[in-house]
Design a protein. Structure first.
Length: 171
């Protein structure tokens, strides 16, 4: 946290020289697109082969759109349409899934990959998913507040779909 913003820790956190994991996660989410869009870009191997991991300043809708535009590269229409189709199918599956309705999904990722011949999107990293109380159902679109278990999973997919649709409309 201090490396990113030395003024962010409270006086008490400076004295203790530590912060809680919750505090760090909230700080990290607030400084990325996660809080606004329900997802953030962690890494991307761009056309030409360069792996990029520094997306800390990619926060806004416009920042994410510009990064996605660069990620799609020259084979834009085929790649974007295939990714869009897969995201729509994934959203439908999540909306109708009993597993998702009954589980908080923390730390999961969507892996988007393409090459000259294939395009794919996969949901990965479900190790931190936890079952919620029996009888409760999550929307995965509501804003997280302590104790509500909402994770924004569908909000993130919804926004990613909209960004790809917006990019398609530019052509």
């Amino acid at each position: 946290m201090v490396a990113i913003d030395p003024d962010e820790p409270t006086e008490e956190e400076h004295k203790r020289r530590s912060i809680t994991k919750l505090r760090y996660m909230q700080f990290r989410e607030g400084g990325s697109s996660s809080a606004q869009l329900g997802f953030r870009i962690e890494a991307a191997k761009m056309p030409g082969g360069s792996l990029q991991k520094n997306f800390k300043k990619v926060r806004s809708w416009e920042d994410v759109s510009a990064t996605m535009r660069e990620f799609f590269g020259a084979d834009v229409k085929r790649v974007r349409q295939a990714i869009l189709n897969r995201l729509i199918k994934m959203r439908d599956a999540v909306e109708h899934s009993e597993f998702f309705a009954a589980h908080e999904v923390v730390g999961s990722s969507l892996l988007l990959m393409y090459d000259r011949d294939q395009v794919g999107v996969w949901a990965i990293d479900f190790a931190k998913s936890t079952r919620i109380e029996v009888g409760r159902r999550l929307s995965h679109r509501d804003t997280w507040t302590p104790g509500n278990n909402e994770d924004g999973y569908l909000m993130g997919i919804d926004n990613l779909i909209q960004i790809v649709e917006d990019l398609n409309a530019e052509d």
